[in-house]
Structure formats: structure tokens, C-alpha cells
Design a protein around this ligand. Structure first.
Ligand code: AP5
Length: 217
């Protein structure tokens, strides 16, 4: 299956992407994760991306599209993938449609995680991520047993630089302006399914899997 997850910052895309990619046996491809890995390795791509990420803006389309084109050309993505955080602008969506059409394929489904801004702000304020295994935690909604340490691997937890309140406000503005038009783009293609992304993580996963099931039925 070729699936895209769309939704505002903090909607739970990364959290759900891990479960859904495992459920579908496809690779999870997160542009945010790829940029962050490049930032921590200090690559030229990371240095460029960091300038935009730190202010809550988007990395330029050309850079992002080329990066995704290279990633989708890897063999593990040949039969399916789950994209988390891409596309994020209409030009990125158009480029993805073309990339896939050039290979004789197309997206199957776009799952929109629907959640309001107040909930997103609460989620981002409490998010912690493991340095080692990248598991996502929340200090209130999904707390690790010991503060600051990952139950999964014992790694150290950190708070993302772009989760500061002023950066979150900008990310929400950018989402409304640049990314929310994707909802219409994919609805017009008949590929959009929206699910309520509030409530416990496992309930959201269940709704997502139901949506995938009704697509395949
Ligand atoms: P990216 O990493 O993609 O960030 P984002 O889209 O803003 O999304 P987040 O990772 O913040 O949130 P999420 O929806 O994954 O939520 P999560 O599961 O962590 O991008 C970062 C930056 O990179 C961008 O700002 C941009 O600069 C750049 N970038 C990336 N892609 C780009 C592109 N295509 N083009 C240009 N630039 C790009 O959950 C959040 C918290 O909530 C966690 O603590 C979690 O435990 C908790 N939680 C999750 N689900 C629930 C639930 N049901 N109930 C309670 N808590 C929950």
C-alpha cells in the first residue's frame, strides 16, 4: 500500500506511523526524521534544513522533493510505503503524483488525522523523544516509567527544539497556510479519509486500521 499521513504538527502522525507501517509491512518514511538525522550528523542538508526547522518554517520544496525522490527509489519502497510529513505543500503533492505516475503507480490513500489546535499545543508541550531508538513519549499522556529515560532501550529522552511555544505557533500558521490545502487536493482525487485523532493512542490506531480496511474492502 502507498499511504500518506497528513495532519497538523503534534496530531500523532509519527506515533501512528510506527504502528501502521508495521501493520502494513511497509517502510515508514518521515521527512522530519530524515532532516533531524541530517541535522545531528551535521551534513550540508542538515545545516540547510536546520535554518528553516528552527523557525517553524518549511524546508524549500526543491530540496525536500529531491530528498524524497531518492528515498522512494530505494528497493524497500518499491512495493509500498507510508509517508509521514510529506507532502506538505501542493507543489510537493503534485511532484509526488508525477514521481509515482512516472513509475506506473499512484497513491492508494491519504489518511488525515483530525485534531484541534488546543490539543496539539498540549501534545507538543509534553512530547519527549528517545535519542537512541526515536520512540516518542508524552510526559502526561504516555509517560515513561522513569523521567528522562526510555522504557524501550534506556536511551536519554530530549525535547525537540521546534516544540518551544513560539515555534509551535509558527508551525501551526504554516500548516494552515501551506499544508491544509492538501486536504482539498486529495479529496478531489477521491483518496482522502479523515479520522478523529483524539482520545487514547490505541483508539486512534484502531480507527486508522478500520479506515485502511474499508479502503481494501
Ligand atoms: P515533522 O517532524 O514532520 O513535524 P510535524 O509535522 O510538525 O509533526 P510532529 O512530528 O511535530 O508531530 P506528529 O504529528 O508526528 O505527532 P507525534 O506522533 O510526535 O517536521 C519537522 C520540521 O521539518 C518541519 O517543521 C519542517 O521544518 C521540516 N519538514 C518536515 N517535512 C517537511 C516537508 N515535507 N517539507 C518541508 N519541510 C519539512 O505526537 C506528538 C505528541 O503527542 C507525542 O508526545 C505523543 O506521545 C503524543 N500523542 C500522540 N498521539 C496521542 C494521543 N492520541 N493522545 C495523547 N497524546 C498523543
Amino acid at each position: 500500500m502507498r499511504l500518506v499521513l497528513v495532519g497538523p504538527p503534534g496530531a500523532g502522525k509519527g506515533t501512528q506511523a510506527d504502528f501502521l507501517a508495521a501493520h502494513l509491512s511497509v517502510p515508514k518514511i518521515s521527512t522530519g526524521d530524515i532532516f533531524r538525522a541530517n541535522v545531528s550528523q551535521g551534513t550540508p542538508l542538515g545545516l540547510e534544513a536546520k535554518r528553516y526547522m528552527d523557525s517553524g518554517g518549511l524546508v524549500p520544496d526543491e530540496v525536500t522533493i529531491n530528498m524524497v525522490r531518492e528515498r522512494l527509489a530505494e528497493t524497500d519502497a518499491a512495493d509500498g510505503f507510508l509517508l509521514d510529513g510529506f507532502p506538505r505543500t501542493v507543489p510537493q503533492a503534485v511532484a509526488l503524483d508525477k514521481m509515482l505516475a512516472d513509475n506506473g503507480t499512484s497513491l492508494d490513500l491519504v489518511l488525515e488525522l483530525v485534531v484541534d489546535n488546543d490539543e496539539v499545543i498540549r501534545r507538543l508541550a509534553g512530547r519527549r523523544t528517545c535519542h537512541t531508538c526515536k520512540r516518542i513519549w508524552h510526559i502526561e499522556f504516555d509517560p515513561p516509567t522513569y523521567n528522562g529515560s526510555c522504557d524501550n532501550c534506556g536511551g536519554e529522552l530530549y525535547q525537540r527544539d521546534d516544540d518551544k511555544p513560539e515555534t509551535v505557533a509558527e508551525r501551526l500558521r504554516v500548516y494552515a497556510r501551506d499544508t491544509s490545502p492538501l486536504v482539498d487536493h486529495y479529496a478531489a482525487q477521491g483518496k482522502l479519509v479523515g479520522i478523529d485523532a483524539t482520545g487514547p493512542v490505541e483508539d486512534v490506531t484502531e480507527r486508522a486500521i478500520d479506515a485502511l480496511r474499508s479502503y481494501s474492502a
